[in-house]
Design a protein around this ligand. Structure first.
Ligand code: FE2
Ligand code: FE2
Length: 145
């Protein structure tokens, strides 16, 4: 298993629970929507932290690239966290249009972000961290989420 394989798989998991939350809220099922959204937001935060606290620092210390792609990804995490906060507020206010509109923005940003990681940054990390135990540490974190 490559270093980034657990994160790669976890992108798909997050996509699935995001779709559950979006579908429930679109149907006006706010109770199920709130549960699915809380699960999604928690999983995504664990994912971001695994990258920010484990993968990115390991990559940066192995390559010396501290203000390159990892810095761009951190900035995108910040933007996605703001969208999550807006979605939470819309959900609390049972604002279906607000929730749906922000969910659409987050979905597009998340797809573009994940594509950049899967096609560019993760392969760079796998090259730089081939024989390390970083992948196992990340798998443990994601399993505990
Ligand atoms: Fe990321
Ligand atoms: Fe990721």
């Amino acid at each position: 298993m490559s270093t980034t394989q657990p994160l790669f798989q976890h992108h798909k998991h997050c996509d699935e629970i995001f779709a559950d939350a979006e579908a429930a809220c679109a149907n006006g099922d706010w109770v199920a929507g709130a549960t699915a959204f809380a699960d999604f937001a928690g999983q995504l935060e664990t994912h971001f932290k695994s990258e920010e606290e484990v993968l990115f620092p390991a990559f940066e210390s192995a390559t010396g690239m501290v203000s390159g792609p990892t810095e761009v990804m951190r900035g995108e995490h910040r933007q996605m966290r703001e969208l999550l906060a807006q979605m939470k507020q819309a959900l609390d206010e049972r604002d279906g249009d607000g929730f749906g509109g922000t969910a659409e923005t987050l979905l597009i940003m998340m797809q573009q972000h994940n594509m950049k990681e899967e096609n560019i940054l993760y392969p760079m990390c796998d090259n730089a961290l081939g024989a390390s135990d970083v992948g196992a540490t990340i798998a443990q974190r994601l399993a505990g989420a």
